[in-house]
Design a protein around this ligand. Sequence first.
Ligand SMILES: Cc1cc2nc3c(=O)[nH]c(=O)nc-3n(C[C@H](O)[C@H](O)[C@H](O)COP(=O)(O)OP(=O)(O)OC[C@H]3O[C@@H](n4cnc5c(N)ncnc54)[C@H](O)[C@@H]3O)c2cc1C
Length: 394
Amino acid sequence: MAVDTDATQVHLSVPLGDAVREALADVEDASALSRFPRAVLERLGKLGVLRRRWQGPFPGDVVFGARLAEEVARHAPTGVAVGVSLHTESVLSLLHRFAGDSEYLADLREQALDGTAIGALAASEPTGGSDLSAIRTLAVPTADGWCVRGSKKYVSLGAVGDFVIVLCRIAKADGTPTERLATVVVPLDRATVIREHEKLGTHALDTVAVEFHDVHVRADAMLGRPGLGLANVSYGLTFERLAVGAQVVGAVSRALALAVEHSERRVQFGAPLRSHQHIEFKLADVLVELEVLRAAVHEVARQTMDSPMGRPLVARVAAVKVHAARRAEHLVSECMQVFGGAGYLTQETPLGQMWRDIRLARIGGGTDEMMLALVAGELTGSPAEYGDAVRISA
Ligand SMILES: Cc1cc2nc3c(=O)[nH]c(=O)nc-3n(C[C@H](O)[C@H](O)[C@H](O)COP(=O)(O)OP(=O)(O)OC[C@H]3O[C@@H](n4cnc5c(N)ncnc54)[C@H](O)[C@@H]3O)c2cc1C
């Protein structure tokens, strides 16, 4: 497959769906994976898909990014889709927006676009997941850079990636913590993996706990300005959250396609399940919600591209993410229901695994509650309309 690249435009020689299927082709028995298959990102890089996502002015083609997340989730376990989006959305958005004039970071960005270097994001700690202002990992200034010291509880892609963007607290030279946070790139071979988490689902995504034992990084490994670390991470996570909405669309599409097929093959009471209207309408209901979710994801992606400086629309993205994540559990479960007992048997159908995998959408990239906090900030009353319309008697 050829890719035609110039400075601003990347043309894939085949439709995105074909490119994704090609990238996934070498992944044998994806459902049995216990680590992210990095060959998928390497292949997507080679095929030009990652550059196609980030072509043109910042923030690149966000709609394409959503389509990519959906396609991967449609054809691979959710864990693979989460890993791909982590790199293409969180990591690459941060490298595009905040590399500044650092040649080191610009070079890393190019490698990340080619899929030859894979990045992760380490923000959450034992002391802070929702409240990232509570993190304790320190970046202590040295003569020629920073000394990173501390631990991170969840680093997805941490066992297979090449570098990690670490949210740190800037310390004084004597190690005393300050109130200022920053994002620093650390090569993953300098981090110590202390635990590979056993998870309910998304086994195709390795998520590890790591420690940094006085890891020295160069001065230009700092992404963006010191003091703005939290804003940087929030920024990258907004792209990730939109991708979570797209992953839900892809995963539910897969579950629905399997359930529709089953409803046509399985005969009960002398007729295919689908001919029983309650089953067909159950499936139609899933399709209704799927179409609405897809439209919402694409619309907010488009709005982000049209917004000033391509700023992601934090509250709208949060609204889409929390809605998609909450509905995902129900929608996959409805598809599972069509399989009866076989839906519950993990040796017979993937539906149970898909149900467990998609549950992560309510946590990863920020929980439902944190999304609602962002949405709540947009709640506005209308004094004029209230004055005209409401007559409450004493
Ligand atoms: C499989 C997996 C992969 C992950 N990968 C990564 C990764 O790659 N990088 C990374 O940095 N992190 C990662 N995380 C961490 C994830 O982002 C956090 O788990 C998440 O943000 C929640 O933080 P917490 O676990 O500390 O929960 P807590 O912050 O302790 O929250 C517990 C519960 O309380 C709620 N809550 C907290 N504060 C409030 C409030 N003020 N009002 C109402 N409700 C509140 C939360 O919504 C949640 O329901 C991963 C997590 C998992 C499970």
